[in-house]
Design a protein. Structure first.
Lengths: 302, 236
């Protein structure tokens, strides 16, 4: 019984971190129709910013918002300098639709090299600011620690804030309108280019927080070739696709489903099957619900 | 104080869509731009609203140079374009579709007044504010597209085929609403239409485009009476 509860708790913690990465993928997809594989690199770079702040100030709590802002700045620069030019100049030809996606793969390598150049290839360590020892319940130790509890609450707050921004503010309306129909949005007076940059910035911020939380939750080590960040990208992407790639709520649900399934496989089947399970789950969802788990039928298009 | 187009030429690659087009629409007038498929009507509107880039020529609305601006900036100068088909965002609600037309306006009180006026003009939109736009009928969507455009308080309205795909009775209503916009709000309108007769009936002036050039222009009534126009464009 306690094992099932613990598996659920592990799944929710992992799933909530995946959900931030998934949200980052969805935000970029919605604003520019680009699947951003550089997201892992951007998150990693933001986490290195956080690492530097910890070296200087000694505080994870200062580093976390700095990594978030750093992620937003890096993403804005990438969108303004690279993606905007790329979308403008590669709008024709057979590979036009995949050029930006290939570019993000190149960018991933570039960011990792930049990190290697500035910080070197050896591991850096971020110490968890809160205890990672599980709460005890009677004689049992639960798989939830103060740090994990903080992660879940922080992500819940972020997801709710993003949902509020999207559904209740003018910026959110502009973000949604531009995603659905850039041309009509332009004609309505929305500065679509600016809105796209903001979409990337929000994604970069979410990625930065995901990187900081994942590092504090996991092994605590950072390196340019961090396996943890590659997994974060893979699982975030799979979660986003399970959720339909177009919906924030879908991304969160997809991430929680993925987190729970992987936790159960890890506990009851074995660690070697985790990666395979993620992709099998992706294939199953794509086969039975290609539009994602919360896809809805389109209304009439007269 | 008018819409002045001089020698406007637009090329799509090797194809010359518009060739030295010149005409003027006085402020407060409703001008019908008619012509066959491929005559360049839509290209003209898209160029005036900043969606297409011209090859050469001039186009001004009052003090505003229409050829040097992005659509989102021209809206701020009173130029609003309702593109072809039902120019609404299906995934957003009716209310949100209206609001996106006024996000850039800083005076929220004026914005509320615009909304009130629009809902008086199209009461059916008021009953459906919370519905998604893709639940609306074709005519309601066209009303919504017009409403969204009016939210930006336009002085010059560029309308691309508002009658497209609508039933005759609905077309009649839409045309009456468009006429009403000029008469009661003083909005200058350039109306592109396949339905040449319907458009000329409500218009003050008419411009006939043929293969990218202005074939005939003049008072709408005299165009309707012109045997050549009748034979070529009005079908009888």
């Amino acid at each position: 019984m306690i094992q099932i509860l613990n598996t659920v708790l592990i799944g929710i913690t992992a799933g909530s971190i995946y959900s931030l990465m998934a949200i980052a993928m969805v935000l970029v997809w919605r604003s520019t129709r680009v699947v951003n594989f550089a997201q892992a690199g951007m998150a990693l770079l933001s986490t290195y910013f956080g690492y530097e702040v910890i070296q200087i100030s000694g505080s994870y709590w200062i580093a976390l918002p700095v990594a978030m802002i750093g992620g937003a700045v890096v993403a804005s620069i990438i969108e303004l300098v690279i993606m905007r030019l790329l979308l403008k100049h590669s709008s024709q030809g057979a590979i036009a639709s995949i050029t930006p996606i290939i570019a993000t793969l190149g960018l991933l390598g570039l960011i990792k090299s930049v990190i290697g150049y500035f910080w070197g290839n050896q591991d850096r360590t971020i110490v968890s600011p809160l205890s990672n020892v599980g709460f005890t319940f009677g004689t049992n130790t639960l798989a939830i620690s103060p740090m994990k509890l903080f992660i879940i609450i922080a992500i819940l707050v972020l997801v709710l804030s993003l949902t509020f921004i999207f559904q209740r503010t003018n910026l959110g309306l502009a973000l949604r309108a531009s995603a659905y129909s850039p041309e009509i949005s332009r004609l309505a007076g929305i500065k679509v280019d600016l809105v796209r940059t903001i979409g990337w910035a929000l994604a970069g911020a979410a990625g930065g927080v995901a990187g900081m939380l994942q590092t504090a939750n996991g092994t605590g080590t950072l390196s340019p070739d961090s396996l943890e960040f590659s997994l974060l990208l893979a699982f975030g992407f799979i979660a986003a696709v399970i959720g339909g790639l177009d919906s924030l709520i879908g991304a969160v649900l997809g991430a929680l489903v993925l987190g729970l399934v992987l936790a159960f496989v890890l506990t009851y089947v074995g660690g070697s099957l985790v990666f395979i399970t993620a992709f099998v789950l992706l294939l199953i969802i794509l086969l039975i619900r290609p539009g994602g788990i919360i896809s809805q039928k389109a209304g009439r298009r007269a | 104080m008018s819409l002045i187009i001089e020698n406007l030429t637009v090329e799509h690659g090797a194809i010359r869509a518009l060739n030295n087009v010149s005409f003027t629409v006085k402020k407060g007038q409703l001008a019908a731009l008619i012509g066959a498929n491929g005559a360049g009507k839509t290209t003209l509107l898209r160029t005036l609203s900043g969606l297409n880039k011209p090859t050469h020529g001039k186009a001004h609305w009052c003090e505003t140079n229409l050829l040097h601006g992005k659509p989102e900036m021209l809206v701020r100068h009173g130029v609003s374009h309702v593109s072809e088909g039902k120019s609404v965002i299906p995934e957003l609600t009716v209310e949100e579709n209206l609001e996106i037309g006024a996000l850039w306006r800083s005076n929220k009180k004026e914005m509320q007044e615009s909304k009130k006026t629009i809902l008086e003009l199209f009461p059916r939109l008021g009953e459906r504010l919370a519905q998604r736009a893709d639940t609306l009928s074709g005519g309601e969507r066209q009303m919504l597209a017009l409403g969204r455009s009016l939210m930006s308080k336009p002085e010059l309205l560029l309308l691309d085929e508002p009658s497209l795909g609508l039933a005759p009775l609905v077309i009649e209503q839409i045309f009456q609403s468009i006429k009403e916009l000029t008469k009661s709000m003083g909005i200058t309108i350039l109306l592109v239409e396949q339905n040449a007769m319907g458009a000329l009936k409500i218009a003050d002036v008419g411009i006939v485009l043929n293969l990218g050039t202005v074939a005939i222009s003049g008072e709408a009534q005299s165009l309707i009476a012109d045997p050549a126009v009748r034979a070529a464009y009005l079908g009888y």
